[in-house]
Ligand binder design. Structure first.
Ligand SMILES: Nc1ncnc2c1ncn2[C@@H]1O[C@H](COP(=O)(O)OP(=O)(O)O)[C@@H](O)[C@H]1O
Ligand SMILES: [Mg+2]
Length: 240
């Protein structure tokens, strides 16, 4: 079975010359099916750069990024976009809903862009809205939805179809704690159903839903809590 996400030796340098910024400096990270990994770290430590590279929105300067076994860093832009639409769901703090489309049309959009026939795309979109408890709002426009409902539409859009990798960059950032918990429950449920998840958060309460937490500092993994990573560190610390 292929691993949903495997990064090896990933670096990302933004800009050139004197303005060069080393956003990622050699990241190794694997996220398996059924695993939710939280990413924490100070502002500017590379969290968003990591998510963008992991999901093919950006390419690494060096290193490999395997999504479901394919090194997307070696693909051309069109092929990379195809992998992204088929396999990767993104949830951003900035929701990016299309105001002129209803909730169900927003959710169906990535499927239609991927060539799924409209009837089938709509059926999958309705199922995804039902999964986030928003069936009754399917035909409303974003401006007629509350902030929490808009967030759930964005999550349904990230989960629609058979996305095996869900990437969320502070999806709870603008939400009250009740809605934030609801978002985490949805992410966790999809991961428990077999997806892999990578979640950037500033909040330890949300990171607690993850199987392990990776701490970034200046583009490096400065440490990992929980899961196998911590167990191995303990074993090594014990001289095993
Ligand atoms: N497109 C870009 N061009 C130039 N520098 C960037 C760009 N994106 C991010 N950076 C820089 O890379 C570093 C990491 O940024 P980012 O990944 O956004 O960190 P975080 O999400 O942890 O705040 C920062 O120094 C930031 O200013
Ligand atoms: Mg960021």
């Amino acid at each position: 079975m292929t691993v949903p996400l495997e990064l090896k030796g990933v670096t990302r340098v933004h800009g050139r010359g004197a303005g060069e910024v080393h956003a990622l400096r050699g990241i190794d990270l694997t996220v398996r099916e059924g695993e939710l990994v939280a990413v924490m770290g100070p502002s500017g430590s590379g969290k968003s750069s990591l998510l963008n590279v992991a999901g093919g929105l950006d390419t690494p300067t060096s290193g490999s990024v395997r999504v479901a076994g394919t090194d997307i860093a070696r693909l051309g832009a069109r092929e990379r976009a195809a992998v992204r639409r088929r396999d990767v769901g993104f949830v951003f703090q900035d929701l990016n809903l299309v105001p002129a489309l209803t909730a169900v049309e927003n959710v169906a959009l990535p499927l239609e862009l991927d060539g799924v026939r409209p009837g089938a795309a709509r059926a999958d979109a309705e199922a995804a809205l039902a999964e986030v408890g928003l069936s009754e709002a399917a035909n409303r426009f974003p401006e007629d939805l509350s902030g929490g409902q808009q967030q759930r539409v964005a999550i349904a859009r990230a989960l629609v179809g058979r996305r095996r990798l869900v990437l969320a960059d502070e999806p709870t950032g603008a939400l009250d704690s009740v809605t934030g918990e609801a978002v985490m429950r949805l992410l966790r449920a999809r991961v428990d159903a077999g997806a892999a998840g990578l979640l950037v958060t500033h909040d330890a309460r949300y990171a607690a839903w993850a199987d392990r937490t990776v701490h970034l500092r200046d583009g490096f993994v400065a440490g990992t809590d929980g899961g196998l990573g911590a167990d191995l560190d303990e074993l090594q610390g014990a001289g095993a």
